[in-house]
Design a protein around this ligand. Structure first.
Ligand code: ZN
Length: 319
């Protein structure tokens, strides 16, 4: 089986994830950690899809990352767009914070969602000279109008679907019936952020991964307790945030077992500095996260004979 991996970094500002969505949080100081770590990954054979949001592009730190990549790693890094609507113009001066509902770009009025993606796209072009073709909605907030906006703005690839995940309890989208299968809709290639169900029972794991609707049905009954406690059915994203190497390998193998051959490994850029995201309270946690990422990328290439690609390589026009 030929397998492909995308390494997607959500390149964004630093903020306290428990304190809501505030327009004044725009600092990017972790570029000192991001630049060398991207270099290390590229040295191990990785290509990186850098999904940048507005504060990242506007900051001196973000611009230092862009300049460094252009000078040293131009072939290995793709500049993509990542929309955090609460820090992305246009915004009225009086809105200092966004509610949970407004934090999902797909919940905004379609004209406003379009305008925000458009302003972000222009900014990426102005700073980097590149016209982004890959989009990642903040909080996976992809909605019914998003693909029209993306087409109008020259996008070809979307990374916003989060397989098996349901954010409707926070007024976000419900992807619980999506697997990681790639598909094309409205001329946009969708590559879901890889997630997987894992269980001590391989039969249950396979069933849950193959038929997400089944999983939903049983989860809604009291079987769910049995599934969680005895069969330890749990959902994991392919990310070093909250998973160790053996879990990332298990996610990959569980998905290969149902025929999935394209994978998205992702993390948030501030997770490279201790204390900046909930996943890395200490320096030790940061080191662990970086080590897990490196080891997984090496394993994917060495053991699975896998290829690392950029998101734009998967555009429909690329065949
Ligand atoms: Zn983000």
């Amino acid at each position: 089986m030929d397998v492909k991996l995308l390494v997607v970094i959500h390149a964004e500002e630093e903020f306290d994830w428990d304190q809501g969505f505030n327009a004044s949080n725009t600092a990017v100081t972790h570029h000192h950690a991001l630049i060398p770590f991207m270099g290390e990954l590229i040295e191990t054979g990785a290509k990186i899809t850098l999904a940048m949001d507005y504060p990242f592009i506007e900051s001196a730190g973000g611009r230092a990352v862009i300049a460094h990549c252009q000078k040293n790693e131009a072939e290995c890094v793709e500049f993509a767009a990542h929309l955090h609507p609460w820090v992305n113009p246009p915004r009225s001066a009086e809105e200092q914070s966004a509610t949970d509902f407004e934090s999902y770009p797909c919940n905004l009025a379609p004209e406003l969602e379009y305008e925000k993606i458009s302003r972000l796209t222009e900014r990426i072009h102005a700073v980097s000279g590149a016209s982004p073709v890959t989009y990642l909605a903040g909080r996976y907030g992809y909605g019914p109008f998003t693909s029209d906006h993306l087409r109008a703005l020259g996008y070809q690839v979307d990374l916003s679907i989060s397989a098996y995940c349901d954010f409707s309890h926070q007024q976000g989208p419900d992807f619980s019936e999506y697997t990681n299968a790639l598909f094309v809709e409205n001329a946009i290639r969708h590559i879901p952020h890889t997630s997987s169900w894992l269980s001590v029972s391989k039969r249950v794991e396979k069933k849950a991964n193959r038929c997400p609707a089944w999983c939903r049905t049983v989860k809604s009954k009291h079987v769910s307790r049995f599934l969680a406690k005895v069969l330890r059915l749990s959902r994991h994203r392919l990310s070093p945030e909250g998973n160790d190497l053996s879990q990332l390998q298990a996610i990959t193998q569980a998905q290969m077992a149902i025929g999935q051959d394209v994978f998205v490994l992702s993390f948030h850029s501030p997770s490279l500095v201790a204390g900046m995201t909930p996943y890395v309270p200490t320096i030790k946690d940061c080191e662990r996260l970086k080590n897990t990422t490196r080891c997984y990328i090496e394993w994917f290439q060495r053991e699975l004979n896998g290829e690392i690609v950029l998101a734009k390589d998967m555009a429909v026009t690329q065949g």
